[in-house]
Write a protein that binds this ligand. Sequence first.
Ligand code: WTA
Length: 663
Amino acid sequence: MSVNWSLPFDERLVPSVGRRPVDVSQYVAEHKASLSRGTAFWESVASELDWKRRWDTALDSGSPPFYRWFAGGLLNASYLCVDRHASGARAGKPAIVWEGEGGAGGAPESRTVTYSELRREVESAAALLRDEYGVEKGDTIGFYMPMVPEFPVLMLAAARLGAKFTVVFSGFSSESLGERLADAGARLLLTADGGWRRGSVIPLKQIADDAIGLAPSVESVLVLRRTGKDVPMVAGRDRYLDEALRRVPAGASVEPEDMASDDPLFILHTSGTTGKPKGQVHDTGGYLTLLHATMNWVFDVKDTDVYWCTADIGWITGHSYVVFGPLLEGATTVMYEGALDFPKPDRWASIIERHRVSLLYTSPTAIRSFMKNGDSWVDGRDTSSVRLIHSVGEPINPEAFNWMHRHVGRSTVPFGSTWWMTETGGIMISVLPGRSMVPMKPGANGFAIPGVEVDVVDEAGRPAKALERGFLVIRTPWPGMPLTIHNDPERYKEVYWTRFPGSFYAGDYAVRDRDGYVWVLGRADEVIKVAGHRLGTYEIESALVQHPSVAEAAVVGVPDQVRGEVPVAFVILKAGAKGGEALRQELVLAVRERVGAIATLRGVYFVSKLPKTRSAKIMRRVVRAVVAGADPGDVSTLEDEASVDEVRDAYRQLKSEVDGTRA
Ligand code: WTA
């Protein structure tokens, strides 16, 4: 049953801007026309890329939901992102403009890599991987790297050889890293002696060493020198990247491997509610086609632009919109190593000022933290180069939208909230300043991009009424969709394609307003978005129950003014164990160590029972409602209703105390 959802809707229309302002009915007609062309629509987009061989079949839907886009086509991502631009007019154009955080002092370091330099670096790296490590088509290479130019260079080198890359965010712990490397079957791991963050070093190599114990597939490790600090090196297994590269002959050339459109480009894990992380396998041809479309429609990218996406490459946003999207278009992509507010809160605005950033892609959490730091930090910098802004990762509240639009967007530039997820590969719902742009609404996502059909449906899969909360689904296959879940095709079917047969279930709640705009409200499952980072409750709970005093644990997200939400845990102790401040701290630490600092618990609450169904399944939905102060809804399936009161009391009692000791 759907419930009526009263939102703080800001239905004020901000006049449409961009290349071709349209009203809603014009866009709806244009969108409908794109769908009526079926796969021919996407074929015309794909034709704009340089294929080595054109496809035979636009969409092979022989065994749904395992769709194959552009079957029979051949291409190479490294060729498309590098070689095409490395000679001719863009040869001397900056491909990557990198800014280091600046070590302990925070003074900016920078480095520019032009397209012709990028090609040389990618070819040398590919030669190293091929000649010294025997990397070839079908292999998998793991990445656990800081935000430095070598990171995209090595990803492109892997893609050039036809090897899949599998990146693990550098904020994840050794256990999380080991589990993901093992699942992907990575043979070689690329990491660094450390990475800078807020003036301190993240000891990546040390964490990687621990992770390898859990990932027997890893045979060799290449270590980039970033901090210059000594790290232990295992003889026969580990080498420094710079030393290894010295063995590559100058001007080494490596032909891009011919890749089938449906050959995997990468595996990226997402956390879920149960079981281990899901390795989303993305193809090559469909993925690049979607990136090409969205770089133009959503970002309106032009040769004169300086484009900056503030995401870390460790997440899908970084894969698609720091590395592959902008480079595919021959754009200049800005890459920043560290914290956006280090050493001072205006670091991000000073990056815009110094690099004359024109297209900005960032997150609601970042915007809320800028806001909190005060207007003077941004108003003291010249951000007038910015001509377009988008945000991603979580719903954006109208206040944050309005603040950013006013202080950076001069209340005039296009600004959207692009909805998509790791699984979709690229943006699915957005306003389209580079194509046909409807008026903006602060906080709304907008409409599905052309060629993609989304819907908001009720429990039974019927379209929900306007302003009625429902589930977001994607009705049609789209280029960029996953090929499968690595090693687990059944799970791919079950998680995404069974709840609403024939449609892809995104796992989000959404509403459409009276004008048809989609507003994505947040996850309908137990995924928690901490500062836009996607975390599964399952991994955090398993970290807790590994502690000798813990019998059971339920983890839910609670609202946070800056970070969107943060996790808290309700814990049942084993008989004889005693709760208290010391144990609470131990558990917080256990989660930091087992999952990573991003999963730091805001609170730990000891209870004697948790809301459960009669079949003993913890009802996190009820726990979540209780901490949100909301009505827990239908609790008729609860085994013991007193558990709800217990959770409520524990939360109330400790909330003020815990709020005072924020991590
Ligand atoms: C959420 C990030 C509201 C959503 C690209 C989705 C958003 C999850 C938005 C995917 C947005 C992403 N408005 N919610 N503009 N963008 N989300 O896989 O809950 O890290 O399901 O991909 O982020 O997170 P993921």
